[in-house]
Write a protein that binds this ligand. Structure first.
Ligand code: SF4
Length: 1006
């Protein structure tokens, strides 16, 4: 019987017709061979499901062309191994590397390591093979057309020769062989009773060759295609029409109209019939079968779409599998859809899988494996220790280890490299004191912890145990320098450990840990299984390609490349189908959402292929890539839902600019004039509580707030008030026990409270430190310590200027180790510049010290020496600290100097406001605690500017005595405020300092 080509528009039951034909055939001739060919495995699964539901799957083979080629070759007695994708990628990489090394590839040499280049080559070869352009024909055609095409032809030739030598084939090669097998064996598949071809919108030359040979020997062949025999040139059918012409000329048949009527609801059927046609809508009063939502952003759009989906399931009683979400490009929507579906409790079946490298377990594993390949980078190493996917307990790494290692790496300024890590361990002991408090440079850590009440240091793991754990970790993670892929894969698998349900001694128990979290178990186990498939693929590629041993870094690069191009699928029995508009073709649902109908999204701009350009295609007689098929894709998408259709688009782009709807949106609006658009803003506040699709939405939309929400609103109001006041602005309980009469105070802490009480609370009551990105070189604290040290040393000699060079050299020499920084390339120049600055400052200081003589340097009070005890409004307050310098005047009175490495101006207002108290405190300490005599003057000395501050004790309003009284008044007030728990944030007028540990979260930051 001649093959029949039956045409009907979308939604006219073509698949249903094929199923009925199969059932009728099997009813009259039970168990007779029936073959169905559909475009892809998604449609094959969908077809089988519908056939089962209709009760007629027995004896029916549902194939894609690729599986059909394999079956044909097996039946012909010529099975041929399939070249799997990981092996193909590896083979092409080897070919390219070899050609580059031999100088036979120059045009693409710079691209050989670029991500995606090998995959592009693979796609180009695939396309040439699909078009049945053989390597020698291609080489002959491109001769003299330039190195780009000639190099592609060389790769293609070498690739094909390798396949033939090994007697392997790729899918397209199997197609060629299948066509030859059919030609040479007239009995092959000759018993086929019915051949049905359904769901296609294009055919390539190999498919047409196989189909025409097969169709002529099957007793009956039915090919269904979307089309309209009455209106063959419809714009929406453009792509189908090309497919129809290809079939009719290959099989020498004429199309017939399928006897059918639309199975779509009235509104959707109207749109189907009128789309892109120059005619008016036949619907006078549209019902609510087609709806429109304009959402503020993609995230809001995904939420609105899923709320609509949930309504179809809950209100309309549709099954989850009856509903689908489509978008021309799914990727930008994927995270929003996944997140909102999890919140709404909607299971999803996402087509195309999830990117494997975005799975948290795989990302952690890749970061761990990168360590030996990428020189033990600090960040990846610490994150590996923190990862919940790895069990390092056997190596002495516990929950506090990562925190301690982080501290050590910060002290040692580690960026990467085992030598830096080892230096950091050596620096740790020395630095852990000075890092925390410049007032207390000689205290050991224990005294410091007691003194500050900070338990942070004592919580850290001891250095010795940690260093030994670190060494065990490095041993575990160090692979052989060179090995075969098989050996490296064994190394990786030994790290992952066994696939068990409870921990055991082998490896890091990655699968066991992944199973421990019920909410992510399925996702992570599926991803790990895909990862292991990749490892197997690499081993297979090696055994086929007979590669030499390689360095670990090269193995890691291959592995990462394979993971980056792989996806994984979370098994789901049922769920809402989510796919790109192209993956949804040929499927049918009760209701669909089509998202992303914004300008530039759908229709998508077609781009020229960068390897085979349009001019090449014309010269080679290859099909163009620029078909202009977007209108057909849109037609296919909107006709997937039989009963309900929701169209959505975001009206704001990511940068907040207005985003116009797509012309396709306007086209449907033209055909469905009566239906209103719904604008959805970003918050759930506008949602009717009865429409809320999750608990979160219900709470957010509820007008009758519960007590927690009321409190939240109150906090927010207080924080938005320009003036900080009230119980939500740093008001704590009584702290007089913690900061009682026995507490020792330093000037810098009291100044911190005077500047911003909340900063004091965060830094000293909570003991938090700012986390700044690690940089090489010294920071401002280290600079201050170095300059202080040099000044202290030179002023201990008879001639400070003469001794400056030598003392500075010594201090600088040991500074990286003493203060814990890693010198940069500028260090030599910096040393010269700092020595010059110090020389200038010593000269200026000498100038300002006529008649005075240095008397004491780094004079300590408290901490083993008598403390300064002041009688304040808060009672007795005990103070400790270091006086940088005291000079003696001829009359025996003293001048106090405090060195400052920074250049921020310090005026008498700072003392009046209680923000600068150091100078009067040090003067009082010299006089009262150390009994060194009366102080008659004092200033801060800006080392780098080589000048004194404008605040001078003797020039303060009322003189030195008034400065003392002002300081004592503020000290009393500060201590009382701290004890009462008053810590309101007060941003300094000049802006919040970068070293404030609250800058990352403080709501009053300026
Ligand atoms: S960020 Fe500013 S306002 Fe906030 S605590 Fe720090 S200094 Fe105070």
């Amino acid at each position: 019987m001649r093959p029949r080509l039956l045409l009907a528009p979308a939604g006219h039951g073509k698949t249903q017709f094929v199923i009925e034909q199969i059932r009728a055939t099997l009813a009259s001739e039970p168990l007779s061979p029936v073959i169905v060919i559909v475009p892809n495995s998604i449609q094959a699964a969908g077809f089988r499901q519908r056939l089962c539901a209709a009760g007629g799957a027995l004896g029916v083979d549902v194939h894609t062309f690729h599986t059909l080629y394999a079956e044909l070759l097996t039946r012909a007695g010529q099975p041929i191994p399939l070249l799997l994708d990981p092996v193909r990628i590896r083979l092409l990489r080897d070919i390219v590397d070899d050609l580059c090394e031999r100088g036979a590839m120059t045009h693409f040499a710079a691209l050989r390591d670029k991500p995606g280049f090998i995959a592009l080559l693979r796609n180009t070869i695939e396309e040439l093979k699909r078009a049945r352009i053989f390597p020698n024909d291609f080489s002959a055609s491109v001769k003299g057309l330039g190195s780009r095409l000639e190099e592609i032809s060389i790769v293609y030739t070498v690739y094909q020769e390798w396949l033939q030598k090994q007697n392997w084939a790729d899918n397209e090669g199997r197609g060629w062989l299948a066509a030859i097998a059919l030609e040479s064996n007239p009995t092959l598949f000759a018993d086929t009773r019915l051949l049905a071809v359904s769901g296609f919108d294009e055919f390539n030359p190999t498919q047409l060759a196989v189909l025409s040979l097969f169709a002529n020997r099957a007793k009956e062949t039915i090919i269904t295609l979307t089309g309209d025999i009455q209106n063959p040139n419809r714009s929406a059918h453009h792509r189908f029409h090309r497919a129809q012409q290809a079939i009719t000329s290959s099989l020498s048949i004429q199309p017939e109209a399928m006897d059918s009527s639309s199975m779509l609801s009235a509104d959707i059927a109207n749109v189907e019939a009128s789309l892109f046609e120059n005619q008016q809508s036949s619907i006078v009063n549209p019902k609510s079968e087609i709806e429109f939502i304009e959402a503020q952003t993609r995230a809001v759009e995904a939420r609105a779409a899923l709320r609509w989906v949930k309504a179809r399931v809950v209100r309309d009683g549709m099954k989850l599998s009856d509903v689908a979400i489509l978008a021309r490009d799914l990727e930008p929507y994927r995270p929003f859809i996944e997140e909102t579906a999890a919140e709404f409790g909607i299971p999803l079946r996402i087509v195309g899988g999830q990117p494997l490298n975005e799975n948290p377990a795989i990302a952690a594993l890749l970061a761990l494996l990168s360590l030996p390949a990428e020189d033990w980078s600090r960040r990846a190493l610490i994150e590996s220790w923190r990862s919940p996917y790895f069990d390092f307990s056997e190596y002495g790494i516990n929950s506090t280890s990562a925190a301690t290692l982080d501290e050590i790496s910060r002290v040692g300024r580690v960026s990467q490299g085992l030598s830096q890590w080892r230096e950091a361990f050596a620096m740790w002991e020395k630095r852990k004191v000075t890092e925390f408090d410049e007032d207390l440079p000689t205290l050991d850590s224990k005294v410091f912890a007691e003194h500050t009440g900070s338990a942070r240091l004592s919580n850290l793991q001891s250095q010795e145990t940690l260093e030994s754990a670190f060494n065990s970790f490095v041993d575990l993670l160090t692979p052989p320098n060179r090995a075969s892929i098989k050996e490296y894969v064994a190394f990786v698998e030994s790290l992952i450990g066994d696939d068990m349900t409870s921990p055991n001694e082998n490896g890091l128990n990655v699968v066991v840990n992944a199973r421990a979290n019920q909410s992510t178990l399925e996702r992570d186990v599926a991803a790990l299984s895909a990862f292991k498939d990749i490892l197997r693929g690499l081993v297979l590629a090696e055994s086929v390609l007979e590669n030499d041993s390689l360095a670990y870094a090269d193995f890691y690069k291959d592995l990462r490349g394979a993971v980056e191009s792989a996806t994984y699928t979370i098994p789901a029995e049922s769920g809402v189908f989510v796919a790109s508009a192209l993956d949804g073709r040929g499927l049918s649902f009760e209701a669909i959402v089509l998202m992303g109908l914004s300008e530039g999204e759908f229709p998508k701009q077609e781009r020229e292929d960068i390897l085979l350009r349009e001019s090449d295609r014309a010269a080679l007689n290859l099909e163009t890539k620029l078909h202009g098929d977007e209108a057909t894709f849109f037609y296919q998408a909107i006709t997937r839902g039989r009963q309900r259709l929701l169209l959505t688009h975001p009206y704001l782009a990511e940068d907040g600019q207005a985003w116009e709807p797509s012309p396709f949106w306007a086209e449907i609006r033209r055909l469905n004039v009566g239906s209103l658009e719904v604008r959805v803003r970003g918050d759930a506040g506008g949602v009717d509580p009865a429409e809320a699709a999750s608990k979160v939405e219900w709470v957010e939309s509820a007008q009758d707030f519960d007590i927690h929400i009321k409190n939240g609103i109150e906090v927010l109001r207080a924080r938005m008030n320009p003036k900080a006041s009230g119980i939500y602005e740093g008001e704590l309980f009584d702290l007089s026990e913690r900061f009682g009469a026995g507490h020792g105070w330093s000037a810098s802490r009291l100044e911190s409270y005077g500047t911003c009480p909340f900063e004091f609370f965060v830094a000293y009551a909570l003991g938090l430190e700012p986390r700044t990105p690690l940089e090489e070189g010294f920071d401002v604290r280290m600079l201050g310590s170095m300059l202080h040290k040099i000044l202290e040393e030179v002023y201990a000699t008879d001639d400070p200027l003469k001794n400056l060079q030598e003392r500075a050299r010594k201090v600088f020499e040991s500074a990286p180790g003493d203060y814990g920084f890693r010198p940069t390339a500028l260090w030599e120049l910096q040393k010269v510049e700092l020595t010059r600055v110090l020389e200038k400052t010593i000269r200026a200081l000498d100038e300002a010290s006529q008649g005075l003589a240095p008397f004491r340097m780094e004079a300590r009070f408290g901490m083993g020496e008598p403390s300064l005890v002041l009688n304040t409004s808060a009672g007795e307050v005990r103070l400790h600290g270091y006086i940088d310098r005291l000079d003696a005047a001829p009359d025996g009175s003293l001048r106090v100097i405090d060195y400052k490495a920074g250049s921020a101006p310090i005026s008498s207002n700072h003392l009046k406001e209680g923000r600068r108290l150091q100078l009067p405190i040090y003067a009082l300490a010299a006089r009262d605690a150390l009994g060194l005599g009366e102080v008659s003057s004092g200033f801060y000395w800006h080392i780098q500017k080589a000048e004194a501050s404008s605040l001078k004790l003797e020039k303060f309003e009322g003189g030195v005595k008034a400065a003392f009284e002002t300081a004592i008044k503020h000290i009393g007030a500060h201590v009382a405020g701290i004890r009462a728990g008053h810590f309101e944030p007060k941003a300094p007028e000049e802006g919040c300092p970068s070293y404030c540990p609250a800058v990352g979260f403080c709501w009053r930051k300026k």
